[in-house]
Design a binder for this molecule. Sequence first.
Ligand SMILES: NC(=O)CC(=O)C(=O)O
Length: 277
Amino acid sequence: MCKNFKIALCQTMVKDDKVYNLKKALEFIEEAAVNGANIISLGEMFICPYRNDVFKEYAEEEEGSITLKAIAEIAKKYNVYIVAGSIPEKDGDKYYNTAYVIGKDGNIITKHRKMHLFDIDIKDGVYMKESDTFSYGQNITMFDTEYCKVGVAICYDMRFPEIFRIMVQNDVKLVIVPAAFNNVTGPAHWDIIIRNRSVDNQIYFAAASPARNYDETYLAYGHSSVCNPFGEIIGQLDENEDILYCDIDLNYLEKVRTELPLLKHRRLDIYGINTKK
Ligand SMILES: NC(=O)CC(=O)C(=O)O
């Protein structure tokens, strides 16, 4: 029997002030938990401006991380799962853009290190070269809950459909993606990608962004969204600070998969041959 549940996406305003950013994230998590959310996600780099010149300064090692300690305490207090957006993680002399997943007991369940680094240069648009700071994550990340299996990716990862199909082959029914698209790629691609990943894989897809901060050079798109397995966006914020709540209905997911059984109609025999060529 499927257990339905509520997800909350916390779209916080991120400033150049770690103490402020963490306090704001904790306030939003508390509000979401009090309002009945079972799984709560923060946005990409919820603790740190999305800028290469500050990533290392804001980075924390897993052991002794102030941010993770505070998130773990609040997860335990309110008995909720938290996808801790992402933070810059330091591991030896390497840095990663990492989303930690904290369980209801306050322990780290898993972590996702961004697999595809955002290196783009859109003329008169937006420039970013994450690989100047970060190393590449090497794993596709999934975790079990009493509701369903959940996949985690970070922002630019969502442009690579292969990882979501692998997640679905592993029985993932909800994907959570902390993300920070921008004022150029957001209006052009955000909704299309979210809807595509959902409709192709017949999953719920939740993307959690920071709010837009006009004092920053990188203008986050905001628009945290949840899309259902039929490809319909069932909740979306604008660019301002807010919390998005959506019910995840796994019976509905099964209904969509029964009525339009495209996952069963895959020609794995043929794709397999093609892959080997
Ligand atoms: N910020 C990202 O990682 C990705 C992004 O903004 C985009 O793909 O567009």
